[in-house]
Write a protein that binds this ligand. Sequence first.
Ligand code: PRP
Length: 206
Amino acid sequence: MLTIALPKGRIAQETLEIFQTIFGRDFAFDDRKLILESAPFRFLLVRNQDVATYVYHQAADLGVVGLDTLEEQELDVMRLLDLRRGVCKVSIGMKKGEKLDLDKPDLKVATKMVNIAKRYFDERAVAAQIIKLYGSIELAPLVGLADMIVDIVETGATMRQNGLEVVADIMESSTYLIANQNSFYQKQHEMLDIYEKIKNVIQATA
Ligand code: PRP
């Protein structure tokens, strides 16, 4: 039995579709249920930010989560495969027309992704003040809470509609299949088998 943590929403749906393609049968959660038993698999529906936690503590053997979230959380899990879905970037946004000037003193940066932001500015020896927010990040520069934001950009629509634009890209992201290290060795045969099958579907649909 392999337990697989999926993030609620589109990524869970897309991952279950990959399993349907592989096994030729339906994988669907019943209404509001958080566990789907479908031998030899057990799927868990969790919050995106919790996927790696379940895998790290071995409450799940495998998980599917964005690279941006993994980079932010820095939990020690194995990154098995790029699923090439959920492609986006983590970028710096500023009010349209403004330029990124890392020499400017007292830079204030609003973000959900404080670790990624901190690493970016640390690597450039810039002492930026990182302001943690939980959502609606694009608002921060508009009301003077921050000079810039570090946020996820998928279509760019949210920034555009709020009068912001990307001034620098920090990283590219997509969803990854991750594994618990102990599970990987304890259940190596099952793990490699499903890994190969998922890899074939990804390559066929690339
Ligand atoms: C993310 C991100 C941006 C938006 C980018 O927010 O924080 O606001 O998506 O997408 P776009 O480039 O296609 O406009 P999300 O929808 O995850 O909501 P949240 O801010 O509540 O986390």
